[in-house]
Ligand binder design. Structure first.
Ligand code: TLP
Length: 349
């Protein structure tokens, strides 16, 4: 085994990044006001810059990706409505029962590769208007798709689903926590990826490196409703320009996401060369998923002792995520740790 190094290489998520010096300086010197009165100039700038990048009329700064998803669901639906969502989507899988708790919607789960269901699947799932059924209202998509290995979904995959949703009078929200990763991997403007969605949310605190924050974007009336729901959920922040200043730098950081993808690819190829089984999406981004024949949690513990942290996705799969605080030598060290684990396993017979 490789000896325990001085610094932990943290590949658990791209949420673990620490704000850079430039970000901290921008935060310290941010122009601020009370955002609940709509008077924080830095928040206002972040909201309009993000909305412009996403090709939407208006934006709303919220504390987290989870709140972004939940205010979007609340703003699009009424109690008793039906939400169509992939079984592995964050808003269903990782947000507790939040859609039913807050919005009072029923979730109908769909399946499909790379975290996306087909237009045909959606068409089969949407039942006719009838007093016995909930009212079909919202389709939620996720790009990149986290539990599907960070799969980037091209317009050819998502547009037909969104077109059908609109024909059926359903709204569409995209959880774009990592939409900029998708744009970079697909070499497609982010605006194009969001074009057919009624609303979209992005996270500033994942690969973009901000300490906190997400933005929901969509038509102005939708954003005004979302502002009310954000307040209800306790997300009305005061001198939030301190955080939005980091968010503005995070938006610029989209230009460096390609480096994370290159490192993830090198990590994947290195692990494959060592004989590990990878589980890869059609278009990969900054995540690597490895299937393990031993309990994934045991592997996590062992690697952590050797200075590399990552997480599990189920009992026999691990997830490694690259981000701005991981460099090329960290990838080399990670591969050395995996080589050591492999060797100790085969030595044990
Ligand atoms: N994802 C986290 C965990 O919650 C799993 C991670 O480490 O990947 N949408 C997507 C697609 C996400 O991946 C996440 C966070 C969220 C929403 C929620 O964002 P936060 O953590 O800001 O509430």
């Amino acid at each position: 085994m490789t000896g325990s190094p001085d610094r932990l290489i943290d590949l658990r998520s791209d949420t673990v990044t620490r704000p850079t010096k430039a970000m901290r300086e921008a935060m310290a010197t941010a122009d601020v006001g009370d955002d609940v009165y709509g008077e924080d100039p830095t928040v206002n700038r972040l909201e309009s810059d993000a909305a412009a990048l996403l090709g939407k009329e208006a934006g709303l700064f919220v504390p987290s990706g989870t709140m972004a998803n939940q205010v979007a669901i609340l703003s699009h639906t009424e109690r008793g409505d039906e939400l169509f969502i992939h079984r592995d989507s964050h808003a269903y899988y990782y947000e507790g029962a939040a859609p039913s708790l807050w919005a009072g919607v029923v979730t109908t789960l769909l399946d499909g590769p790379d975290g996306v269901f087909s237009a045909e699947d959606l068409s089969r799932a949407v039942r006719p208007d009838n007093i016995h059924h909930p009212t079909p209202r919202l389709v939620m998509l996720e790009n990149t798709h986290n539990r599907s290995g960070g799969a980037a979904l091209a317009p050819e995959r998502l547009d037909p689903v969104m077109d059908l949703a609109h024909q059926l009078n359903l709204f569409v929200h995209i959880d774009g926590a990592r939409l900029f990763n998708a744009a970079v991997a697909l070499d497609c403007p982010v605006k194009r990826l969001a074009q057919k969605a009624d609303s979209v949310s992005i996270c500033l605190s994942k690969g973009l490196g901000a300490p906190v924050g997400s933005v929901v974007a969509g038509p102005r009336p939708f954003i005004e409703r979302s502002r009310r729901y954000r307040k209800w959920l306790g997300g009305g922040m005061r001198q939030a320009g301190i955080l939005a200043a980091a968010g503005l730098i995070a938006l610029d950081n989209r230009r460096r996401l390609g480096d994370d993808h290159t490192r993830a690819k090198r990590l994947l190829e290195g692990l494959l060369a060592l004989g590990y089984q990878a589980w890869a999406p059609s278009v990969a981004t900054n995540m690597v998923m490895i299937d393990t024949n031993r309990a994934a949690e045991g592997l996590v513990q062992e690697a952590r002792k050797a200075g590399v942290a990552f997480g599990t996705v189920g009992t026999h799969r691990i997830r490694l995520v690259t981000h701005q605080d991981v460099d090329d030598s960290d990838i080399d060290r990670t591969l050395a740790v995996f080589r050591g684990i492999k060797r100790s396993l085969s030595d044990a017979g």
